[in-house]
Ligand binder design. Structure first.
Ligand code: PLP
Length: 363
């Protein structure tokens, strides 16, 4: 049996450094907003080559707090990709703003910069590109459009720890970036955790207040804030794992290369390989016109897969008022995508077995 993702196995190589980090936090007697968070924020900012990192409770709130901090009038529009995880759009809604969905490039599955301008109205205030599956969006044209129309750009980098675009890292490609360290991500905590990276000093200060009841000085509140803090335990665990991120991503690339070279099935569309070294390979997503049949077959061979994601956000009950929209590229992708097991804990033999079984699939 090859599970799609086994978090116990994924964390095993880090067991001793994680245990040490936990012991240290217990012994410190300080559990919220302390030394461990400061240290992780500095290390992650250095990793992303940004001036600031602000730890928060999770990825959804990382995005929501930035949109709140920008202070757009209620009901302002934010452009989001139509084929991503629902969290990106939810952050817009939770910030009191309106998501405007733009279709992806059918080759990269990332928001299509050529379709953005047509979605801009006098109410548009920001663009929220999502580096889906670990590949960075085409940020140069996105930033150019944003500059031209005076819009902010917020990266959703929750799937792109360590990904690069040209000579820069994800998280350093726009006005700010939201991160998740949910346990399944390339850099995963043992619980919920998130962060924002930015080069803007004033925004970082504002976010540090917003995550902690809007307070800069204890019991003095400047803003109507939240409780969205990254605790000391998770910060210490993330600091312990961060030094291994590049090595883990390298292993992901090796496995992705194996899949790309090995899968020979005429009906399968493989992910693009042109950014192999830049892509963080959070997920290895193939497409098949009869995805569910292929998924059932693989499951019968003992191979776990997943679908990211089965229902596009505009077709969710949560977004019933957008249900009339027709977004054909997204809808087709949601019908066809299938994620194969790809993470640093998978062995060479397991990947070979998956490849062999896929190549033997016939209907
Ligand atoms: C995981 C994820 C999020 C949300 O992160 P949480 O920490 O679970 O809130 C947001 N956007 C994308 C693209 C994600 O993959």
């Amino acid at each position: 049996m090859i599970p799609f993702l086994d978090l116990k196995r994924s964390n095993e190589p880090y067991q001793s450094v994680i245990s040490e980090a936990i012991e240290q936090v217990i012994a410190s007697g300080w559990y919220i907003l302390g030394r461990e968070l400061d240290a992780f924020e500095q290390q992650f900012a250095a990793y992303c080559q940004t001036r600031h990192c602000v730890g928060v409770a999770n990825g959804l709130e990382a995005l929501t707090l930035v949109l709140k901090a920008w202070g757009f009038p209620a009901g302002s529009e934010v452009i989001v990709p139509s084929n991503a995880y629902i969290a990106s759009a939810l952050s817009v809604t939770l910030a009191g703003l309106k998501p405007v969905w733009v279709e992806p490039d059918p080759g990269t599955y990332l928001i299509d910069p050529a379709r953005i301008e047509a979605a801009i109205t006098p109410h548009t205030k920001a663009i929220l590109p999502v580096h889906l599956y670990g590949r960075c969006c085409d940020m140069t044209p996105i930033n150019t459009i944003a500059q031209h129309y005076g819009l902010k750009v917020l990266e959703d980098a929750a799937q792109a720890h360590g990904a690069t675009y040209k000579d820069k890292r994800a998280g350093n490609l726009a006005d700010a970036a939201g991160w998740s360290f949910y346990p399944t991500k390339n850099l995963g905590a043992l619980g919920d955790a998130g962060a924002i990276t930015t080069n803007n000093d004033a925004l970082a200060d504002q976010l540090r207040a917003l995550r902690n009841y809007g307070s800069v000085k204890k019991y003095v509140n400047e803003h109507v804030g939240y409780n969205s803090r990254l605790d000391e335990l998770q910060a210490a665990i993330l600091s312990a794992k961060l030094p291994f991120l590049d090595q883990a991503n390298k292993r992901r690339r090796v496995l992705a290369e194996r899949y790309l070279a090995g899968i020979r099935n005429k009906e399968i569309i493989l992910p693009l390989s042109d950014q192999l070294e830049h892509d963080a390979w959070h997920l290895f997503v193939i497409r098949h016109p009869r995805r569910d049949k292929l998924r059932t077959y693989l499951s019968q061979q003992g191979i776990g897969t997943d679908v990211h994601y089965p229902i596009p956000p505009h077709r969710q009950r949560a977004y019933l008022s957008y249900g009339h929209l027709t977004l054909p590229i997204s809808e087709q992708l949601h019908r066809e995508v299938l994620s194969l097991p790809l993470n640093p804990a998978i062995t060479d033999d397991e990947v070979m077995y998956v490849i062999t079984m896929i190549n033997q699939f016939s209907e």
